[in-house]
Design a protein around this ligand. Structure first.
Ligand code: UD1
Ligand code: CA
Length: 468
């Protein structure tokens, strides 16, 4: 039978120093919450290691918000919450977990992680777990590192056979000089937790129940020192959030570059965590890719493009200063410069959407051209149809939205308005300057503009009349 592990994430703290309303665990970076990173890292580790796992989130401050977040999480069937009513310290938080989720006592191992450390990855937990399993007499391990500035961290005092941790507040000035610190990440055999958690007291300077008391010199516990502090960097302030966001962004761009995506100026680009970009793509300076955006292979994205929750397929080009939200761009299409694709814009392969064109909730088939200054809303346009400059779908009558249907291989001249609902057939032609209010059948020619009157030599007379 697979070994089992309870993944306990301590997230009850208020995060007072963030000075924001949301609980710290729900602060966002690169399009997801801090908690998302930690939950993914713990689950990735456990599932990769063949452990049967469940996550116990210890919540407190504004727990309903954390519960709402959880209810939409893709791994929600593996996530449980426990409620720590009052924040009386990290040992009290773990007790709250076992009180609300008593079946966690049955798991072979208990992992403890903090919720505010989004740089942590499965590899750190693998290293920690390997150290625990390498020695069957060990009952717990703690991730440590040498801090350049150890202020605020618990210091590691190595003893025999175990070690113990002294919190900053309780440390003597000699102890404060110790650089090896506690990251706050542990893996323990659950039987050790069962034996000692209940007896942890709060006889210390803060009057808090310290989880670090699980480690004592006379227990078979070990510090596992990591070469870098970076994976364990926690967030307490918005300044630290920005700093860690920078590191996460650099990590994301590094991964993309290694997979064959070229960035002309990586430090100026923002790419959310969940965004994917195919190899051979080239991203110019000052590009923003957000949310669930997917970029295919060999796509070019020029400067100033802002793309959220959109899919751009292979060989397409998004030219400078275009804005895409909830859009789908098929293969080898060209968008922009300065185009706006709104929700439900579905742009066919090899189509061209030019400057100052806005498309909303419209399906354009292959090879459609809308090259200049147009609004296309609630429309369907067939293959290879050409829409001239200054085209407008008049889709809204002040109460309801109506559809404009245009067939394939049709030509719409410049400066036409389609007063929807209206249908233009295939192979049709609509003359420039027409305000179309009636359907034009396939093969038909539609013209709807005032007839021109020309008067020979009348220009001078006309101007004279105007002069005072
Ligand atoms: C803790 C460690 C310290 C370590 C540091 C690393 C203790 C006593 N000390 O200190 O040795 O160097 O982390 O960051 O554990 N939390 C709760 N309920 C509580 C208190 C805290 O859920 O009652 C949660 C917080 O939301 C946070 C985590 O536990 O995610 C750590 O709490 P925090 O107050 O940051 O602990 P530190 O004092 O920094
Ligand atoms: Ca902390």
């Amino acid at each position: 039978m697979a070994e089992t592990i309870g993944l306990v994430i301590l997230a009850a703290g208020k995060g007072t120093r963030m000075k924001t309303e949301t609980p710290k665990a729900l602060a966002r970076t690169a399009g997801r919450t801090l908690l998302d990173y930690v939950v993914d890292a713990t689950l990735d580790f456990a599932l990769d290691s063949g452990l049967s796992a469940e996550v116990g989130l210890v919540v407190g401050h504004r727990k309903e918000l954390v519960e709402a977040w959880l209810s939409t999480h893709p791994s929600r069937e593996l996530l449980r919450t426990a409620w720590q009513r009052e924040q009386r310290g990290t040992a009290d938080a773990l007790r709250a977990c076992f009180a609300d989720l008593p079946h966690f006592w049955d798991y072979d191992y208990t992992l403890v992680a903090c919720a505010d450390t989004p740089l942590i990855q499965a590899s750190e937990f693998r290293t920690l777990f390997a150290a625990l399993r390498a020695d069957s007499s060990l009952v717990g391990v703690c991730a440590t590192f040498d801090a350049r500035d150890p202020k605020g961290y618990g210091r590691i005092l190595r003893g025999a056979p175990g070690f113990h941790i002294v919190e900053e507040k309780d440390a003597t000035s000699d102890e404060r000089g110790i650089l090896e610190v506690n990251s706050g990440f542990y893996i323990l055999r659950t039987r050790h937790v069962r034996e000692v958690l209940g007896s942890i007291g709060n006889n210390n300077k803060s009057g808090e129940f310290y989880l670090t008391d699980l480690f004592q010199d006379h227990y078979r516990v070990g510090p596992v020192k990591f070469p870098s502090a970076e994976p364990f960097l926690g967030i307490n302030t918005l300044e630290q959030l920005a700093e860690v966001s920078g590191l996460l962004r650099a990590r994301k761009l590094r991964d993309l570059m290694l997979s064959g995506v070229e960035f002309l100026s990586p430090t100026t680009v923002h790419v959310d965590h969940a965004v994917s970009v195919g190899p051979g793509s080239v991203i110019y300076p000052n590009v923003t890719l957000l949310g669930r955006t997917t970029i295919g292979e060999r796509v070019v994205i020029e400067s100033g493009a802002f793309i959220r929750d959109s899919e751009v397929r292979a060989d397409s080009e998004i030219l400078a200063n275009s804005y895409l939200e909830g859009a789908l761009v098929h293969e080898a299409a060209t968008i922009g410069p300065m185009a706006r694709l709104r929700t439900g814009a579905d742009i066919g392969a090899e189509s061209k959407i030019g400057n100052f064109v806005e498309v909303k909730k419209s399906k354009l088939s292959r090879g459609v051209k809308v090259s200049h200054l147009s609004y296309v809303g609630d429309a369907e346009i067939g293959e290879n149809t050409n829409i001239g400059c200054g085209f407008i779908t008049c889709n809204y009558d002040g109460v309801n939205k109506h559809k404009t249907l245009i067939g394939s291989h049709t030509f719409i001249g410049s400066d036409c308005q389609m007063v929807a609902p209206v249908t233009i057939g295939d192979d049709a032609f609509v003359a420039a300057g027409s305000t179309i209010t009636k359907d034009v059948p396939s093969g038909g020619f539609g013209i709807a503009r005032a007839t021109q009157v020309t008067k020979e030599g009348a220009a001078r007379r006309f101007l004279k009349k105007k002069k005072p």
